[in-house]
Design a binder for this molecule. Structure first.
Ligand code: SF4
Ligand code: SF4
Length: 150
């Protein structure tokens, strides 16, 4: 689902815009499978393992209504991964929400704010639900592995 959304990017428009969305809150990786494919070769990490590994990636763990979700850091100027050259991630690595956001050229006519739209399935709540299921599944698998090893 997430990969096809790369096709809706309008990098030319976003370059003219200068990344207004990146000066707000960073996007998140809504899809845990995509996240682990991108950064861990498809290995599924436990929460403790992910906590250990995230600093090396320059990422943080957000907690959205009790559910931990990896995301870029944030600062007062917006996403911590937004540098002078734009986004520090390659296009394919970017958070699902960043790739999912549908650019709207009318945004360029605004002094501030953004008319670009997040499609269905890419909201924070969608991400929270998917990560909640992921953590439940990995905890069960870990419990089974420990039980078998004992
Ligand atoms: S998605 Fe919208 S706000 Fe973000 S860079 Fe593109 S045009 Fe600007
Ligand atoms: S990860 Fe990249 S595209 Fe997404 S908000 Fe941060 S700088 Fe912008």
């Amino acid at each position: 689902m997430m990969k096809e959304k790369i096709g809706s990017l309008d990098l030319a428009l976003c370059r003219v815009c200068g990344g207004r969305c990146c000066t707000g809150s960073p996007g998140i990786w809504v899809d845990p499978e995509r996240f682990f494919d991108l950064f861990f070769g498809g290995d599924h990490l436990t929460l403790d393992q992910l906590r250990e590994q995230l600093p090396a990636l320059g990422l943080r763990l957000w907690t959205i209504r009790g559910v931990p979700i990896p995301a870029p850091g944030s600062r007062s100027s917006g996403c911590a991964s937004f540098g002078g050259e734009g986004c520090e991630f390659t296009v394919t690595e970017r958070p699902c929400q960043c790739l999912g956001l549908i650019p709207n050229k009318e945004t360029l006519n605004l002094d501030k704010g953004c008319l670009c739209k997040m499609p269905v399935g890419f909201s924070r709540e969608d991400g929270r639900l998917r990560w909640e299921i992921y953590w439940q599944t990995i905890n069960l698998e870990e419990h089974e592995r420990v039980t078998i090893d004992q």
